[in-house]
Structures are given as structure tokens and as C-alpha cells.
Design a protein. Structure first.
Ligand SMILES: Cc1cc2nc3c(=O)[nH]c(=O)nc-3n(C[C@H](O)[C@H](O)[C@H](O)COP(=O)(O)O)c2cc1C
Length: 292
């Protein structure tokens, strides 16, 4: 794609003291690739611990890297730049990849004792902020992780969830940072909408998907236990809003399930499939805006 016809966007990549910071050069490479449909200008903000996991020689010239020292060097008198504020004004999107357990906890509690956390805390809420948790499975499994991720999502930030794989420490389990390709795709989708969902979508394009915890799926025939041939629920994510929804794939379904959608005090019941049996149907389920 010709560079002059591309969208121009400014991005901050925040890195923390997770070993997944080793992937920073790859993410930058993908974002600067001539095949990338957006022309990005990139600035990096690192914590002191993040510096341990990459060599600045692997970062292309023209990509500025900022750390805590820069923030303090820049300001000596009134009128001097305040780096964490200026970075936030400059950028169109902010991705914290990886977000380690320590920085996640700080962000979730409002602590801003370094450049990265100050930039995050001062981030304009109308602009997308994506975060990619990355930590050992044992840390990930601690209940505080889900609580803090939930808090960030509630504030409107977009989680790019951790994946399960063999971690650098040798343990296998969830907590690894999402693949760089996934992060790249999610960044693009902040500006370029993904293709429309399945034609079988239960959610019309005009409907707004809201929090998943407001959806109840009542399996009135004990679908999964008595019908092992039924495929399991696949969690999906709306890549634009970052909110989650579910896709159920039901094959040769002759036993309806009830779907309850809650809109504040109101509830709406839907039965699926509604009438006739279907061979194979995808249903995208999510809560929708209040019925008109
Ligand atoms: C080799 C090594 C790898 C680490 N990897 C991770 C990690 O993947 N996730 C994590 O939450 N902490 C990890 N840590 C611990 C963090 O570096 C530590 O909590 C640090 O204080 C984080 O600081 P920061 O959030 O300011 O970057 C690692 C530590 C070491 C020594």
C-alpha cells in the first residue's frame, strides 16, 4: 500500500518488567512494515525493569524511547514540557504490552510513580488504551489478577487477554502475553473495523454489545451434559469495543435453549432455535442496548 494513502496514527507502546518485553522489536517491526495499512509513528515508554528485556540497538532509529529519567530531565521550570501529559496528547492509541502484575496492580489502584503509570493515569479516556497482561501462571491465577483486569475493563480499557502456553520459566499455563500478531491486529482494529460478524448473528449491527455479565444463558435441557455432541461455548471478543460476547455453535439442535438478556430492570427472553430444528447454526450472543 502506498504510504501517502495510508492513515497516519501516533502510538505509544508501554513496556513493563515482564520477560515478554523481548517481543517489543517484533511488534515495532510489524507496525512499521510497509504492508501495515496504517502509517504509525511510534514512541516507547519503559519502566526501569522493562529496560532489562530489550536492547535499544534493536529498536529502529526514529522510534523514541522514554524512561523515568527523561520525564525529570525535561522539566526544570514553568513552561517546560511535562512528558507524561505531552505523550498522551500526542498519541492516538496507547498499548501496554506487556502489562506485568506489578504495573497492572498500580494502574488498577491509581498509583503513578513512574512515567508509564503517569502516562496511563493521564490518558484521555475517549482514546483507546489496550493492555496485554503477562505473568507467570501462579501470579495470573491469584484472584487479584482477575479483579484488577475487570476494573480496567470497566473503566473502558481494552484487554488483549493472556494465552496459555509454555512460559519462559518452564511452567505451562495461562499468563503468557498474547501473540504479537493478535496485538498488532487489535491495534489496527482501533482504526479499521474488522469484517462483519457471521450472517447468523443474533445481534443486529445497530445493536450495542454490553457487558457479558448481564447475559444469562439458561440451558433448560441440560444441553451440555446430556448432549455431549453439542459443541462447547466459545468465548469471543468484540475487537472494536473490547467487550466480550459468546458464540454458541449448536449442531443438529432439536432442544432449544433460553437466552435471557437483562436491560437494567427489564429482561428479554429469547429461545433458540425459535421454531424449526437446524443442522448447524452459529449464534452470536451478547447483551444489546435496550429494546426499542
Ligand atoms: C527474569 C524476570 C522475568 C520476569 N517476568 C515477569 C513477568 O512476565 N510478569 C510479571 O508480572 N513480572 C515479571 N517479573 C517481575 C517484575 O519484573 C517485577 O515485578 C518488577 O517489579 C516489575 O516492575 P514494573 O512493573 O515497574 O516494570 C520478572 C522478573 C524477572 C527477574
Amino acid at each position: 500500500m502506498n504510504n501517502s494513502t495510508k492513515l497516519n496514527k501516533n502510538i505509544i507502546i508501554g513496556c513493563t518488567g515482564s520477560v515478554a518485553t523481548v517481543k517489543l522489536p517484533l511488534l515495532i517491526k510489524m507496525l512499521l512494515d510497509c504492508e501495515c495499512p496504517i502509517k504509525f509513528v511510534i514512541k516507547i515508554v519503559v519502566t526501569e525493569r522493562a529496560k532489562h528485556f530489550f536492547d535499544s540497538k534493536d529498536i529502529p532509529l526514529g522510534v523514541q524511547i522514554f524512561n523515568d529519567e527523561d520525564e525529570w530531565k525535561m522539566w526544570s521550570k514553568r513552561g517546560d514540557p511535562v512528558l507524561h501529559i505531552d505523550l498522551g496528547k500526542w498519541a492516538d492509541v496507547f498499548v501496554i504490552a506487556p502489562m506485568d502484575a506489578n504495573s497492572l496492580a498500580k494502574f488498577a489502584t491509581g498509583i503513578c510513580d513512574n512515567l508509564l503509570m503517569c502516562t496511563a493515569r493521564a490518558w484521555e479516556p475517549t482514546k483507546p488504551l489496550l493492555f496485554c497482561p503477562a505473568m507467570n501462571t501462579k501470579m495470573y491465577d491469584h484472584p487479584v489478577t482477575a479483579e484488577q483486569i475487570g476494573k480496567l475493563k470497566k473503566w473502558g480499557y481494552i484487554e488483549i487477554p493472556s494465552i496459555s502456553k509454555e512460559l519462559v520459566c518452564g511452567d505451562t499455563g495461562v499468563g503468557a502475553m498474547a501473540e504479537v500478531q493478535t496485538i498488532y491486529q487489535q491495534i489496527l482494529e482501533c482504526f479499521i473495523p474488522p469484517p462483519p460478524p457471521s450472517p447468523h448473528s443474533l445481534i443486529r449491527p445497530s445493536e450495542k454489545i454490553v457487558a457479558i455479565d448481564e447475559i444469562q444463558i439458561e440451558d433448560n435441557r441440560d444441553l451440555k451434559r446430556n448432549h455431549p455432541e453439542q459443541k462447547d461455548i466459545v468465548a469471543e471478543k468484540n475487537t472494536i469495543t473490547g467487550e466480550e460476547f459468546y458464540e454458541h455453535e449448536i449442531e443438529k439442535n432439536d432442544c432449544p435453549i433460553n437466552i435471557t438478556r437483562s436491560y437494567g430492570q427489564q429482561q428479554q427472553q429469547t429461545q433458540f432455535p425459535s421454531q424449526s430444528p437446524v443442522d448447524s447454526t452459529n449464534i452470536y450472543m451478547g447483551n444489546t442496548s435496550a429494546p426499542q
